[in-house]
Design a protein around this ligand. Structure first.
Ligand code: COI
Length: 374
């Protein structure tokens, strides 16, 4: 698909009626994940034969769209999720934005959308964060969640790749995605529904995957669970991923097990980061097919001692129970620090600048106030 040479300049058109300091403080005090949005958004437009143009940071506003826009009918869209972190000195940093840029490009290729270059992706994020830096929270566990989005805006009911596409990035101050309490979250293992098929779109970040998970997610809630876990569609046998995050298991001997990326599982940036940190510690990390029966038996026999969910939104969330028709299996209460807790600490220490960044994952976007020259 056609792309245009990258440029790194997003024109800033300031919001003339931004939230007041008081409105912003109230909105940021305890934000429900993804419900509060900052004053601006990034935008760019693509047209077949012309490429990308009109790169702007503009006031946050509804996106006017023709009712025949292809995205509304055929869900031709892809998105990303990543976070900006405020460090103690006031500086603001992104975590692995290049990885999200690469995944957005891979998702775009699968959904026949134009790719956004890494330079444009990062320039959009940097421009938006610079404009809305007062919205980056600083209290423990908080961050600015960035949601890049590519949508097919061409008014057309033909089932074919759209010739007009918009790139949009919004930003939301956030805290935790799921509250787990001490016992960890409960997971409903979906039996009647699957998330993805071979050759489908399970390994890219597109709305349809999440739309199809709403009903099983509701089923999970109806059974008192916070999240749904999907099995593979071919054999209904192997664990794949949760509604919007990856799954990791820890054995009693400290080794780690996670479903391999089969093409039906989203390659999470947090998943990759955690597996890297676990390998750095010298742990054995196995990426392979994992049968649900193996997992349940392992938990019951004490061989598997921890399960956790990981993702940008979820960060690292311990799992306390696996539930479905016919079983309800609790993970054991652990003495001392769990691997999930240790990984949460290690990862967030890097993200918030409290620890060294041995893999060069952090990218500074806004300098600390005292190091600015103006
Ligand atoms: C993310 O972790 O960024 C996601 O897109 C998952 C979604 C459930 C919020």
């Amino acid at each position: 698909m056609e792309t245009q040479a990258p440029t790194a300049s997003f024109t800033h058109i300031p919001n003339r009626r931004p939230a007041t300091d008081e409105e912003r403080w109230i909105a940021m005090e305890n934000p429900v994940f993804g419900k509060v949005f900052t004053d601006h958004m990034a935008r760019a437009s693509w047209r077949e034969g012309e490429g990308w143009s009109d790169r702007r940071i503009v006031p946050l506003a509804p996106i006017p769209m023709h009712p025949g826009a292809a995205v509304l009918h055929y869900a031709q869209q892809v998105f990303e999720g990543l976070k900006a972190y405020r460090h103690e000195d006031g500086s603001i940093w992104l975590f692995r934005p290049e990885a999200n840029a690469a995944r957005l490009a891979a998702s775009a290729r699968r959904m026949a959308l134009p790719e956004v270059s890494e330079a444009d992706f990062i320039a959009a994020l940097e421009g938006l964060i610079a404009a809305d830096q007062n919205w980056v929270p600083g209290s423990p566990g908080t961050s600015l969640y960035l949601r890049p989005l590519l949508i097919a805006t061409e008014p057309s009911l033909l089932v074919q790749p759209a010739s007009d596409v918009d790139f949009v990035v919004t930003a939301s101050p956030v805290g935790a995605y799921m509250s787990n309490g001490d016992a960890g979250v409960s997971i409903w293992v979906s039996t009647g529904f699957h998330r993805a098929n071979a050759g489908g779109t399970g390994d890219v970040k597109t709305a349809g995957n999440y739309a199809a998970s709403m009903l099983p997610q509701k089923e999970a809630k109806d059974h008192g669970c916070q999240q749904v876990l999907f099995l593979d569609a071919r054999e209904d046998r192997y664990v794949e991923e949760l509604g919007g995050m990856n799954l990791v298991a820890v054995r009693a001997d400290g080794s780690v097990l996670t479903p391999r990326l089969t093409g039906t599982i989203l390659p999470g940036v947090t998943r990759d980061s955690i597996l890297t940190l676990l390998r750095d510690q010298g742990r054995t990390v196995e990426e392979r097919d994992i049968e649900l029966a193996e997992l349940l038996q392992g938990i019951e026999e004490g061989e598997i001692v921890e399960l956790f969910a990981c993702g940008t939104a979820a960060v690292v969330t311990p799992i306390g129970r696996l539930v479905s028709d016919g079983f309800d299996v609790a993970l054991p209460a652990l003495e001392g620090e769990s691997v999930a807790e240790a990984m949460l600490t290690q990862l967030t220490d890097i993200q918030y600048g409290r620890a060294d960044d041995p893999h060069g994952w952090m990218r500074q976007v806004v300098e600390a106030p005292e190091s600015r020259e103006d």
